[in-house]
Design a protein around this ligand. Structure first.
Ligand SMILES: [Zn+2]
Length: 340
């Protein structure tokens, strides 16, 4: 069950190496090698499109929580369709001459292979960053240092896990000079709805790019008024410490106040799969992933729309970034009314 995805990712790398056309627009690298007991797995990075460091970037990431396999599968599916289309679709080729897609489809390969949320050291990567929660967090779930045998373990103080380091260094290398970045990290969890979270996780205080988040949401909802997402700040659910995206956002904003960065988390609600096949909740994997093939394909299809929108929104980011001061203030007001 788990290994085919690794093979599919290898096939994508080969498809780039074997195609003179794709080789012109896509590059692959390995951010880190992660050791398990008997095997070593690469963390592969795909970079597609413009090599201009200032170009806008869509950064996608899957498989942070190994057990939530659908996240890595969705990242792979989006990558594959992008590469397939780039061999013939002139409009997409043009779009990619101006923007860059960076993808880490499987950040936690050991967790993925072993069906665990954490990495091989028992650390929850989304609790491993140096950011501490400023308000009360729920016991365990908000992150803890009690034991790596319990879920949500943050790891040793001050020590970044190799997967977290790989994400941080890849992000810095590929977005250092970008004026506009949107990231989407794919997860799944209990719930009926697919949630699209924006920062912060460590505090309920609004983040700096809230006006841009609102302006982008408005564009999305104008075109897709019946979309499936519940869009909200992550802090609306519960607060947690050690979120890697909080850390990346705070670092990004140092000395770059005018650049925009929206780190989004897509939390796919597993009840949409479970309620159609209730027995699957008794399997560890079934509670977090669509099991039947047709439901897996439907999940892929469901999110291609958002992905496509984000590519285009980055290509035309002047429509929602660099806003006039008064318009920006208006968006901030609307955002505070809607979300806080
Ligand atoms: Zn997750």
């Amino acid at each position: 069950m788990a290994r085919p995805l690794l093979q599919e990712i290898d096939k994508l790398i080969l498809s780039i190496q074997d195609s003179p056309d794709l080789k012109k627009v896509a590059r692959t690298s390995v951010a880190a090698q992660i050791d398990d007991k008997t095997e070593t797995y690469p963390i592969n990075v795909f970079s597609i499109g413009s090599e201009d460091p200032k170009s806008p970037v869509l950064f996608i990431c899957g498989g942070v929580h190994g057990l939530e396999r659908i996240g890595a599968q969705l990242a792979w599916s989006l990558l594959k369709s992008t590469l397939d289309r780039l061999t013939w679709d002139k409009a997409l080729q043009h779009l990619f001459s101006n923007i860059r897609l960076v993808a880490l489809p499987l950040l936690n390969p050991v967790g993925y292979m072993n069906s665990t949320r954490s990495n091989g050291n028992g650390v929850d990567l989304m609790r491993n960053s140096p950011v501490r929660a400023t308000e009360g967090t729920p016991f365990l779930v908000g992150g803890h240092r009690i034991s790596n045998r319990l879920p949500w373990y943050q790891g040793s103080p001050g020590k970044l896990e190799p997967e977290a380091e790989a994400l941080i260094s890849t992000f810095h290398e590929t977005t250092r000079e970008a004026s506009c970045v949107v990231a989407v990290d794919f997860h799944s969890g209990f719930g009926m709805k697919d949630r699209l979270w924006f920062p912060f996780s460590y505090t309920s205080t609004p983040f700096d790019d809230l006006p841009e988040m609102h302006a982008l949401t408005e564009l999305f909802e104008d075109i897709h008024p019946y979309h499936i997402y519940q869009i909200e700040p992550q802090s609306q659910g519960y607060l947690l410490g050690g979120d890697l995206w909080d850390h990346l956002f705070l670092e990004f904003k140092k000395g770059r106040k005018n650049a925009t960065f929206l780190p989004l988390t897509l939390e796919m609600g597993s009840w949409t799969w479970v309620r159609k096949n209730p027995l699957q909740i008794f399997s560890k994997e079934g509670a977090f992933n669509p099991i039947r093939e047709h439901r897996l394909k439907r999940t892929y299809r469901r999110h291609h729309l958002l992905f496509d929108f984000l590519l285009k929104a980055l290509h035309s980011h002047e429509a929602w970034t660099g806003l006039d001061r008064n318009i920006r203030a208006q968006h901030e007001k609307w955002a505070l009314q809607r979300w806080y």
